[in-house]
Design a protein around this ligand. Structure first.
Ligand code: BEZ
Length: 400
């Protein structure tokens, strides 16, 4: 494994003004009493470069914001971080994860964004019984056939974000669509969820267009959409790729004639770069910028104060990952070795999340509202709750 691929850095959180100061890692201590007070090691395996770099950075900042609000501790234990740039490369994921688990001996792995990378991580987490919280990647199988007591997700399943959209489009009078996405797990499963519900309500998918991840040469596919002239387009892209797709779609003039819909990642954390090209795009997601519950208002204010940037769904998912681990650790007085009790507390958690109420199903996937949003004035504004308390079917999960 090359050092270029695996960039590990270490940080310990301090409370107060020192906030996110970087420190040398504290050596492991051997007395059980002292070890109990030693910092817990959290591995952040996220994309810090590439098309998903901003997503990874916001998850990282959201997690650290929560810990800072708790005085640099989770469940009363100081936290130290080991960061790995996974570059959204599935082929490097097993080595990266093995290094965190085997060499760094982390107490928890938080990762990642890309579904293919996450599935490789899930396999290692299962094999080594390592605690893992997925703060974005939606791979259905992670909380389906590969579900496990030690694996939680604070984001969504790919099915979950787009299934409600199928009915939304039919209700809007749309009879036929073209879908367009990257050719990998997340794209296929998000289009699958949408298509399941759209066709169930009488809609027809005229053509599924794909290109390899993370390519952004959209021109030929946009020309194909113009030829097919569907009632609407349904899409999944995220990060840098979503910025380019939305701009190219508008530059071709299609935003004036064929409405663009998608999973909310198309316009989350991307609006500043997309500018006017994003106006009017409707998406479904478990978050909207203008949710006016107290938790969201406080979160957005604190995130802006910490980073100077507007919070988004990725920051919320990182924030909630820390909140979930805090609940588990608090239940065991900070003793991460009391695994069964900690997992039970995490599974029963009811979090007052910035996204609204958040709880977990038997497979440890979130149960949450999915909102219909529209881009207005540079924000993803809530139009309605597309479907309340959406629970992934957890197909293939054997947990009771
Ligand atoms: C995924 O690969 O699961 C994914 C990546 C970015 C946004 C949403 C999902």
């Amino acid at each position: 494994m090359s050092d270029k691929i695996l960039k590990v850095s270490r940080r310990t959180l301090l409370s107060g003004a020192a906030g996110a100061a970087a420190l040398t890692v504290t050596p492991r201590l051997f007395s059980p009493a002292i070890a109990q007070n030693a910092p817990l090691k959290v591995g952040l395996m996220l994309p810090y470069t590439g098309t998903y770099a901003k997503l990874g950075q916001f998850i990282d900042s959201g997690f650290k914001l929560f810990a800072e609000q708790k005085g640099g501790k989770l469940g009363g234990r100081a936290i130290e971080f080991v960061q790995v740039d996974d570059e959204s490369k599935p082929e490097a994921a097993t080595d990266n994860m093995n290094r965190l688990v085997g060499r760094e001996k982390v107490d928890l792995v938080v990762g990642t964004v890309h579904s293919g990378v996450a599935m490789a991580m899930v396999k290692v987490a299962r094999d080594t019984n390592t605690m893992m919280i997925i703060p974005n990647a939606g791979a259905n199988d992670a909380t389906g056939p590969m579900c496990a007591p030690n694996i939680f997700r604070t984001s969504f399943s790919n099915w979950q974000t787009t299934f409600p959209a199928g009915k939304v489009l039919v209700d809007a009078g749309i009879k036929n669509v073209v879908t367009i996405t990257w050719r990998y797990t997340a794209g296929a499963e998000m289009m699958g969820g949408f298509t399941e519900n759209f066709t169930k309500h009488g809609g027809k998918v005229v053509e599924d267009l794909t290109l390899p991840f993370p390519e952004v040469e959209f021109q030929a596919l946009i020309t194909r959409i113009a030829t097919l002239r569907p009632d609407a387009v349904f899409s999944f892209f995220a990060g840098g790729g979503a910025v380019k797709f939305v701009k190219d779609y508008a530059a071709a003039g299609l935003n004036k004639s064929i409405p663009l819909y998608g999973a909310g990642f198309l316009t989350d954390g991307t609006l500043q770069a997309q500018g006017e090209a994003a106006n009017g795009i409707k998406t479904t997601l478990h978050y909207a910028d203008n949710l006016d519950n107290p938790a969201n208002l406080a979160f957005l204010k604190a995130f802006k104060a910490k980073t100077g940037q507007d919070g988004d769904i990725y920051a919320v998912q990182g924030f909630d990952a820390a909140a979930l681990f805090d609940i588990g650790l608090t239940a065991v007085g900070g003793d991460a070795k009391a695994r069964d009790k900690m997992i039970a507390a995490m599974g029963a958690a009811k979090i007052d999340s910035p996204r609204g109420p958040l709880s977990f199903n038997k497979a440890h996937n979130p149960i949450q509202n999915i909102y219909l949003r529209e881009v207005r004035n540079g924000r993803n504004e809530m139009v309605s709750i597309a479907q309340a308390n959406v629970d992934d079917p957890a197909r293939g999960c054997k947990l009771a």
